[in-house]
Design a protein around this ligand. Structure first.
Ligand code: FES
Length: 125
């Protein structure tokens, strides 16, 4: 299933409502949760925490380390929390992309610049 929280949430809702009559009552659906991660060393940095809730009451039911357990019960994942967690890195990702684009553009520009190539060759001699 898609790793987009909104898509997963829609699928979860559909399976519990409009599609419910087509499914076995004991259906167990898993979802691959793509929480932000840092160490990926299982319970070290806590960057990957994912909140679960009770599917019926929607009350908090626990916290899971996603790097330790990426496939989680679809109906238990708190997708609002997952969306918020993913959004935490958005500024850093944008800055990193800008910096990478700057570096790649700058490098590409200098590759076709004859004076730079000569200067670099002179530097080697
Ligand atoms: S990513 Fe560090 S504990 Fe999961």
């Amino acid at each position: 299933m898609s790793d987009n929280p909104a898509s997963m949430e829609r699928m979860s809702g559909a399976l519990r409502t409009t599609l419910r009559h087509l499914l076995k009552p004991q259906l167990k659906a898993l979802v691959a949760v793509n929480s932000p991660m840092q160490c990926m060393m299982k319970e070290v940095c806590a960057q990957c925490l994912c909140q679960h809730h009770d599917p019926e009451t929607k009350l908090p039911a626990g916290i899971v380390f996603s790097c330790f357990n990426q496939h989680q019960p679809l109906f238990a994942v708190d997708f609002g929390n997952l969306k918020a967690r993913q959004g935490q890195n958005s500024v850093q990702e944008k800055v990193s992309n800008l910096w990478l684009n700057y570096l790649l553009d700058d490098k590409a520009r200098h590759l076709h610049e004859p004076s730079r190539i000569i200067a670099a060759e002179d530097a080697v001699d």
